[in-house]
Design a protein around this ligand. Sequence first.
Ligand code: ATP
Length: 517
Amino acid sequence: MAQDDQFKKLIAHAKEYGYIFQSSEIYDGLSAVYDYGQYGVELKNNIKKYWWDAMVKMHENIVGIDAAIFMHPLVWKASGHVDAFNDPLIDNKDSKKRYRADVLIEDHLAKYEQKIEKEITKAKKRFGDDFNEKQFRETNPNVLRNKAKIDDIHGKFVQALENDNLDDIKNLIEECEIACPVSGSKNWTDVRQFNLMFETQLGSVAEGASKIYLRPETAQGIFVNYLNVQKTGRMKIPFGIAQIGKAFRNEIVARQFIFRMREFEQMEMQFFVKPGTEMEWFEHWKEVRMKWHKALGLPEEKYRFHAHDKLAHYANAAFDIEFEFPFGFKELEGIHSRTDFDLTQHQELSGKKLQYFDPESGESFVPYVVETSIGLDRTFLTILSACIQDEEVKKENGESDTRIVFKIPPALAPIKLAVLPLVKKDGLPEKAREIIDSLKFDFTCQFDEKDSIGRRYRRQDAIGTPYCITIDHQTLEDDTVTIRDRDTMEQERVQISELAQIVEDKVSMKKLLKKIF
Ligand code: ATP
């Protein structure tokens, strides 16, 4: 399926099955803002729990906080968001559409990468088992030509970014003959800087009000609380502070569904270390975070590391974990070595010391920080992208049929089991309710008695429910039920007393965590 179609399909599926709705849809929506529906919120909560348990519960030296969204305006002066965090923007004069200049160039580079991948797919088909991909990449003239093009553009792009040279970025857009996706024209304005923070006012009357911002990242709430937590928690370096919360950015390139939203959620952990040890911890967290992703069981080849082209003003090392979304490999999580930049800045602007006293060496210092910062919504999108599948199935009469199955990692599935009475009478619904009443303390269960059993299975497949349990007349006689597995569609007759264990084995968050720790 073409990437675009695949993407449209997953957006439609997310809406049809109560995962994600456009915000204020009855008023035609609000651009790049989305609401999570009845299943979406469950999946989101389960992702949060998986992250929180992996970071906080599994580490004695990491604790969590929940800081406010509003912060003192000087926080954003100290962090650099007021002055330095600007994105380069360019307008197309014909369509009047505004784009992030760096995104236009990255999308252009992705086109050459796609050409290379096409070449390789073609050759794989042609040569079959004899195909040597490495050799092909190193020798095929078309691949080499496209690769040289990528290297050339990328080199110029990095240099322009490093020099903060906006004219060079514009020249590169012209040199690459990048056209506006809407108007098709190459009639561009100059590149300008733009600040992404939303402003609002604190206080009720305009004169007495002061300008504040909606936080564009959760990290600063951790930095300004670093000493509070260290002292009250008697934390010894190295230690971490974790937080999950909303962040707001007035994004310009607001498309690609929940990939880039104006209101989104981050899961961030700042790890405070002794200066000089930060690179070891950087490597450590790179590895642990990649393991966390891979433990979910989505295809491993969809993840890769990507080193930043240009380091942010606060960083001395930065890697992204990228995921192959339907529109290509894009950032999912950032792992950054932030040095002592933030704490030093807060020290200067607040006039308060933010040092750590090391009882062993007797010295005081401002700790260095290694951060792991992941988008909750982007993690949600990895699951939507990789787990919704169309499958051919054989019906009992031998005809083939298709089913749409959402193979969510079972520990994250919104509903863990559906309990389905075969018919709406003879005491079967009551028996189903009895089973739910005993299991609902441990698992989110759903009762469904409408439509044929086949249709009910399909509905649960589309929602992603790992198990369906069917109650029939035999159940009333011998306390057995049929349990059907979402992925294999195999059915087995088991005792009601065994259900809790069978479901637990499949959906346990503990098993997922044990793959990492
Ligand atoms: P990008 O380059 O894609 O704009 P970024 O480098 O600005 O991302 P960070 O500031 O490192 O992102 O934020 C950490 C994480 O927060 C990102 O890896 C991403 O998962 C998530 N994130 C950032 N911006 C958005 C957004 N507008 N919508 C959804 N998630 C976001």
